[in-house]
Design a protein around this ligand. Structure first.
Ligand SMILES: Nc1ncnc2c1ncn2[C@@H]1O[C@H](COP(=O)(O)OP(=O)(O)O)[C@@H](O)[C@H]1O
Ligand SMILES: [Mg+2]
Length: 225
């Protein structure tokens, strides 16, 4: 048991330095969340949803403010960021980022290896997830040989394989029809709850938003000063 929240954000700001014009990408003053919670991150295009997920995955560092996960300051992980990410984060990227030259099963087992899941367990868990996600018969196919819905489910499987404490999904339903969108959201919510992960889903889809009891609304324009 810990006295502090799993995720803690205070006065968080991100500014990208472009040649000439600084871009105010994100401003979020306060957020706390606990293990097992599911939070929707919404706001118009350009309001910083992807930037927030990148900060949460320690892919980028804040310009100002605090972003802390399980007591760790994500802005100062330095060289250990990649390692921390591999062990602690499951990321469903907007463009999925599946490895194009590897089969679906290999995509899962390679990710599992990077996250230190023992080989035997990785295989068991991969097959179990493939079955559950309706991808069992497609395990030998490469991403290009799968439909978008199948690729999106595969990306979800890969993200939750190692039961990470933090699961991030960037517009996971954006390229899907209503039926596939519902399936993918069911899976994310179920699998997140099962492993007691903190789940954050960036979305501007009202139907998706309705499924969350907690919603963080980002404003376009980023920093105010
Ligand atoms: N790498 C980058 N360099 C410069 N500006 C960026 C970069 N990434 C995002 N931005 C800008 O930051 C703002 C927030 O972007 P983003 O986080 O992608 O918003 P959202 O995901 O809500 O659409 C936008 O104005 C976007 O153009
Ligand atoms: Mg985005």
């Amino acid at each position: 048991m810990s006295g502090f929240p799993l995720l803690e954000i205070r006065e968080l700001r991100k500014e990208y330095t472009q040649p000439g014009v600084p871009v105010r990408a994100l401003s979020l003053d306060f957020l706390e969340a606990q293990r097992g919670e599911a939070v929707a991150v919404t706001g118009p295009s350009g309001s910083g949803k992807t930037t927030l997920l990148h900060l949460l995955a320690a892919l980028i560092r804040p310009t100002r403010g605090i972003i802390r996960f399980d007591g760790r300051d994500l802005g100062s992980l330095g060289a250990s960021a990649a390692r921390w990410r591999a062990l602690s984060v499951g990321y469903v990227f907007q463009n999925m980022n599946l490895l194009p030259d590897f089969s679906l099963l290999e995509n899962l087992t390679i990710a599992a290896e990077i996250s230190d899941v023992p080989r035997r367990r990785a295989l068991d868990r991969s097959w179990a997830l493939l079955r559950r996600l309706g991808l069992y018969g497609l395990s030998h196919r490469r991403p290009a040989e799968l439909s978008l819905g199948e690729q999106q489910r595969a990306a979800v499987a890969r993200a939750v394989l190692h039961s990470p404490p933090l699961v991030l999904a960037d517009e996971p339903t954006a390229s899907l029809d209503a039926t596939n969108a519902e399936v993918v959201m069911d899976l994310l919510l179920e699998l997140g709850a099962e492993s007691r992960s903190l789940l954050l889903v960036a979305t501007h889809d009202e139907t998706v938003k309705k499924r969350f009891s907690r919603v963080v609304e980002l404003q376009k324009g980023g920093m105010t000063s």
